[in-house]
Design a protein around this ligand. Structure first.
Ligand code: NI
Length: 144
């Protein structure tokens, strides 16, 4: 495992759209391990592959009291409610924005075993799930 360099604004890769992962092989597993290690080191809630220079649809989330988790090809199926939140981003180290996010999200993703899962993400986890999915579409604080 190794710590990866986190790309920061205005690196153009942050504006690029990531491509779906077709096969969960050792390269993908190694990348997710490195992304999780990088996220823990940076003390963030979430990280998208674009932020470490890889245009693949992979995000990692650092849930408290759970194992950090890799989500492959994540998609938002439904957004429920709205709330105003303070939000930061590891690619914009000195910026905090007040924006509107859903209260909860129903999201789907593939886990590292290759199983397609559906989960409800609530509160800060709905926020993190959407924030990281936005990264995969090249959407960041400067383009929100
Ligand atoms: Ni971010």
């Amino acid at each position: 495992m190794s710590i990866l360099q986190i790309r920061t604004f205005p690196d153009p890769i942050l504006r690029s759209k990531a491509k779906p992962v077709m096969e969960i092989n050792d390269d993908i597993k190694n990348l997710t391990s490195d992304m999780i290690e990088t996220l823990l080191e940076a003390k963030g809630l979430g990280l998208a592959a674009n932020q470490v220079g890889v245009l693949k649809r992979i995000i990692v989330l650092n849930f408290p009291e759970k194992q950090p988790m890799a989500l492959i090809n994540p998609e938002i199926m439904k957004k429920i409610g709205r709330r105003e939140v303070e939000e930061g981003c590891l690619s914009f180290p000195d910026l905090e924005l007040t924006i509107t996010r859903p209260n909860s999200i129903i999201g789907t993703f593939t886990n590292l075993k290759g199983d397609r899962k559906s989960s409800t993400f609530v509160g800060v986890w709905a926020q993190a799930f959407q924030h990281e999915c936005d990264h995969l579409d090249g959407i960041t604080f400067d383009t929100l």
